[in-house]
Design a protein around this ligand. Structure first.
Ligand SMILES: Cc1ncc(COP(=O)(O)O)c(C=O)c1O
Length: 419
């Protein structure tokens, strides 16, 4: 269905290798968006391809009624690299499925512990997927218009995002108002029967919003005080993208449930809910699953992808190349007035464009033009943010400093051309 794809540059891709994609006309592109932050190990990594081929020749599918070796191995490996204390895991196919699974688990946990678990707190500017509950949790109304009450699951309440660039207060003098306000939200807008607080550790689709250092510690404290589970959605920020395996490591905070997706499958459709044992214990066998949960071929790809991340030290490379890109972007900011803010962690980078720096009027059209100008220069980037005015740079974690320089040079030229 054509309607399901965004308008804009229509390119038909036929081949990909690491950071380079080729279209049907033979043009090549430097991929700086990774199929929306998925191809962390690069396109068609030989190890991932081999694992898929070998497992496909051995056994395709058995469903959740039985165990299979790749599923067990991946569960063990994923738990090993997850924050300490998250020891149980469940697989799904896509991010939204995993988000819904995580919330379902949190609600059951509340109920088996004698609570009602009626409400979920989510963040404004967030994105959690496009199924009914995941879209309800998404804190951006633009995704919900003209769909009746589809994304209107009762009991979802929003708290302000830690969006320093657009906050009326100045960090750190604000005293972390956005975190403190969560208590107001609990006191004023809930019946104090909250099952979970869910947030993306770094907000992706909402425009690469990086919470201040102490924000997550404050959130964790509030959750503990009110007996609320903390669910961190690491679908975009996980699997090495931010220079550590998971973004919550930067904040030294462990959630009760973590949701992983995108990069975890090495390019195959895989997601996971990773939880503390006492939380996971709320589910009894058969409580929750999908037909394709723990699919052997997909899990084989996931195992290979996790091994590649470690063997090639890709989180470390993300940190190194990400810092280099941020440095380049800060220099561009001095030169191009359209750039209002540059922010990011590792290779999860946002460049917020504004028509004027004082009023911070979102430069939506300009962002779209820069993205198209970059396509003409053979570089793929993304656009996000509530007003679609944030350039998103989320390349495979295999990107080199030389590639990064090509990106900065092309951006410089595109900004100059536009002005
Ligand atoms: C943070 C986050 N959560 C959830 C999702 C939904 O994932 P999927 O599109 O695989 O359902 C996305 C997708 O972009 C995401 O970025």
């Amino acid at each position: 269905m054509q309607q399901c794809y965004p308008p804009g540059d229509t390119i038909v891709f036929v081949e990909g290798k690491n950071v380079i994609l080729q279209d049907i006309e033979g043009r090549t592109y430097l991929d700086c968006f990774s199929g929306v932050a998925v191809n962390n190990v690069g396109q068609c990594h030989p190890k991932v391809v081999k694992a898929i081929q070998e497992q496909a020749a051995k056994m395709l599918h058995v469903a959740f009624l039985y165990h299979n070796v790749p599923m067990i191995t991946l569960a063990e490996k994923l738990v090993q690299v997850s924050p300490k204390g998250l020891t149980k895991c469940f697989f799904a196919g896509g991010g939204a499925e995993a988000v819904e699974g995580a919330v379902k688990l949190a609600k059951k946990y509340a109920v088996v512990n004698g609570k009602a678990g009626l409400q979920i707190i989510s963040l404004e500017h967030s994105f959690h997927g496009r199924t009914a509950l995941a879209l309800t949790l998404t804190g951006q109304s633009k995704y919900k218009v003209n769909q009746g009450a589809f994304a209107n699951v009762p009991g979802v309440i929003y708290a302000p995002a830690p969006y320093c660039y657009r906050c009326v207060l100045e960090y750190p003098d604000c005293g972390l108002w956005c975190a403190k306000f969560i208590e107001e939200v609990i006191e004023l807008k809930t019946t104090k029967q909250v099952a979970a607080f869910i947030m993306e550790t770094v907000l992706g689709e909402g425009g690469i919003i990086v919470p201040p250092k102490e924000y997550l510690t404050a959130v964790r404290k509030i959750c503990d005080e009110y007996g609320i589970l903390l669910i961190l959605d690491e679908i975009q920020s996980g699997c090495g993208r931010v220079g550590k395996m998971f973004a919550c490591e930067h904040y030294e905070v462990t959630p009760d449930i973590m949701v992983v997706g995108k990069g975890v499958g090495g390019g195959m459709p895989l997601s996971a809910v990773v939880a503390k044992e006492k939380v996971a214990a709320a589910w009894t066998a058969g409580d929750h699953t999908h037909t394709f949960s723990g699919h052997p071929v997909v899990c084989a790809a996931g195992i290979a992808a996790l091994e590649v991340l470690a063997e090639e030290k890709l989180p470390e490379n993300a940190e190194k190349v990400g810092s280099h890109i941020l440095q380049g972007l800060h220099s561009l900011k001095e030169k191009h007035a359209l750039i209002g803010d540059v922010r990011g962690l590792g290779l999860m980078i946002g460049v917020e464009l504004v028509k004027d720096r004082k009023k911070k009027t979102p430069a939506t059209e300009e962002a779209s033009k820069i993205k198209s100008a970059m396509v003409k220069r053979g570089i793929l980037i993304g656009v996000g943010g509530l007003k679609k005015n944030v350039l998103r740079i989320q390349p495979p974690l295999t990107l080199t400093v030389e590639h990064a320089d090509m990106l900065i040079d092309a951006l410089d030229k595109s900004f100059t051309e536009l002005s």
